[in-house]
Design a protein around this ligand. Structure first.
Ligand code: FEO
Length: 404
């Protein structure tokens, strides 16, 4: 079910990583055929060891076994819970039971969330924002980073080493072969996986990215190594990763990128979108197209990933049961919930016996600050319901609206 990596990142600082290829829908929502890793970290000192975060419950037996190969149960003095979501905290009680002397450290709010972990709850000690732990010559500062991903989330700044144990922050999906970014043969892929994690998991709280990054900066946190709880550890140019993360928080658009998402039950909308895509490409735009049809169904996690940095979006959906075609309704609502930022939008909709989808899509998008610059509606059913000339005319109008 999982493969495990234990590696000494540098003297007495270890990564314990499990590659989870079993989970297909993260949070039971987001398609991740590429899998995900959970990374815990262990710091050994002459006065005892500190474990940062853990793994999902199904892997906890293995985590304990691996810990046992590195430290004795009495040597583990602290278990730090940077974040209570069970992809990191699931192993908490198994580890706590194994290490009878360990205190459990976390955000004060975590205390209320420890119901499922009675052993950890007994030994829980809340840490204040900025509180310092000194152990065996190491200095660890706990910094609260609310809403990245939950309100109780914090990061552990191992000041004595310049290592930021950042939990969800800077984390990405995927199971890279490498542990570090500078060993990764597909660094761009890893950055896209980070983007996908940000949008799908943290996207709704995006505005907290800038606030928390500013807070870390003001506290003088300039990491040499960023050690997140998912995906790669970043050590080649950590400042670049911080900058990319900031841009994601701002939903900074890539010039000319247009996300087109359409649903086409019988081919009419698909035909129209093909014309529009050609037209946009010829005019210097970079359309990224996802279609829900009777032969294709793209992962919505990928659609959202491309929404965050698009300059504009085009949503095209037929009316279905007096509403929006269901997948497109979900896409529109999730774009609003996680990736909206006052950009331009175009709504396209076909209908047979009643027109509803266009109105509803427009209302969803305007409700989250999109500027709907064009609505195209046509009464047509079937693959040849729109003539080439008509498709070209509509494509021109959309292009004009986007360029205006
Ligand atoms: Fe990776 Fe919010 O959990």
């Amino acid at each position: 079910m999982g493969a495990y990596i234990v590696e000494e990142i540098e003297r007495d600082f270890y990564i314990l990583r499990v590659n989870d290829r079993y989970t297909r829908y993260f949070e039971a929502l987001w398609e991740i055929p590429e899998g995900i890793t959970y990374n815990a970290y262990l710091l050994r000192t002459p006065e005892g060891a500190v474990l940062f975060d853990g793994w999902k419950k199904i892997f906890s037996e293995k985590l304990v076994e691996l810990l046992e190969s590195l430290v004795s149960r009495d040597e583990l003095r602290y278990i730090v819970v940077n974040h209570m979501e069970p992809d990191h905290s699931g192993s908490l009680d198994d580890v706590a039971r194994w290490a009878p002397r360990a205190r459990v450290l976390g955000h004060p709010m975590a205390a209320k969330m420890l119901g499922a972990y009675p052993e950890a709850k007994k030994r829980f000690k809340p840490v204040r924002d900025g509180e310092e732990l000194r152990i065996g010559g190491e200095v660890i500062r706990f910094i609260h980073t609310p809403w990245l991903h939950w309100p109780e989330t914090m990061v552990s700044w191992v000041e004595s080493r310049g290592i930021l144990v950042s939990c969800d922050v800077f984390g990405g999906f995927g199971v890279p072969y490498a542990v570090y970014d500078d060993e990764c043969v597909r660094p761009l892929e890893a950055l896209r996986e980070m983007k996908k994690y940000v949008v799908t998991v943290i996207g709704h709280y995006r505005q907290w990215i800038a606030k928390n990054l500013a807070k870390l900066e003001s506290l003088g946190v300039k990491p040499r190594i960023i050690a997140p709880a998912h995906g790669l550890a970043w050590r080649s140019r950590p400042e670049r990763v911080v900058q990319i993360y900031r841009e994601l928080g701002e939903a900074r658009p890539i010039r000319g990128k247009v996300l087109i998402v359409y649903a086409s039950m019988y081919g009419t909308t698909e035909y129209l979108i093909a014309s529009l895509t050609r037209r946009l490409s010829r005019s210097g735009y970079h359309p990224v197209v996802y279609g829900f049809t009777d032969t294709t169904r793209p992962p919505i996690s990928e659609v959202l990933t491309d929404a965050i940095d698009s300059e504009a979006i085009v949503l095209a959906a037929p009316t279905y049961e007096a509403g929006i075609f269901p997948f497109l309704r979900f896409v529109a609502e999730e774009i609003c919930w996680k990736a909206s930022d006052g950009k331009k939008a175009v709504v396209v909709s076909s209908y047979g016996w009643g027109s509803v989808a266009a109105k509803q899509l427009k209302s969803i998008l305007e409700g989250c600050n999109y500027s709907v610059v064009k609505v195209v509606e046509y009464n047509a059913i079937g693959p040849e319901a729109i003539s080439p000339g008509e498709a070209e005319r509509i494509a021109s109008e959309v292009l004009e609206a986007l360029s205006g």
